[in-house]
Design a protein around this ligand. Structure first.
Ligand SMILES: [Cu+2]
Length: 159
């Protein structure tokens, strides 16, 4: 009986230690990726979609952005732009890779986050929240300004 008790306690401790290790891993990879700048394009109220453009600096090992969660639109999709038969087309993609010690830069002529089904018009000067999800399970909340500008410097450094 006593032996069983000790065994159970050991197992519980093992589980606690494992979860602490998992938490440490996701916290450290979170700190490796930093928002440099970005914005969400302001759209006239009649347009239901918009896009988010930002730069992410990766100070750690290669990581993939696998999704974006937003509350202000029905869906956020990762899009890439490619040329096909002389036509420039947008395609949904499953991830954006950020190689070790590089910066991923989204732009309207390349990779971007498509925001579909805006729940209310995005007004220039507002700020919106996006939750970035990475392939290691970590998440990075970012706040972006709504702007008509090409690339508004927002300086939301996550130190
Ligand atoms: Cu798009």
């Amino acid at each position: 009986m006593r032996l069983n008790g000790v065994y159970a306690l050991k197992n519980i401790l093992k589980k606690v230690v494992n979860s602490v290790i998992l938490m440490t891993i996701s916290a450290s990879s979170l700190a490796n990726v930093m928002l440099v700048d970005g914005y969400v394009r302001a759209m006239p109220p009649s347009v239901p979609n918009s896009a988010a453009y930002f730069s992410l600096m990766n100070h750690g090992p290669s990581i993939k952005l696998i999704g974006v969660d937003v509350a202000f639109a029905n869906e956020a999709q990762l899009h890439t732009v490619l040329e096909e038969d002389g036509m420039v087309k947008m395609r949904q993609t499953s991830s954006f890779e950020i190689a070790k010690d590089t910066t991923l830069t989204l732009s309207d002529s390349g990779q971007h986050v498509m925001l579909l089904g805006l729940k209310k018009p995005l007004v220039a000067g507002d700020s919106v929240e996006l939750m970035l999800r990475f392939d290691d399970g970590s998440q990075l909340p970012v706040s972006l300004m709504v702007s008509k500008q090409e690339m508004a410097k927002t300086h939301h450094h996550q130190h």
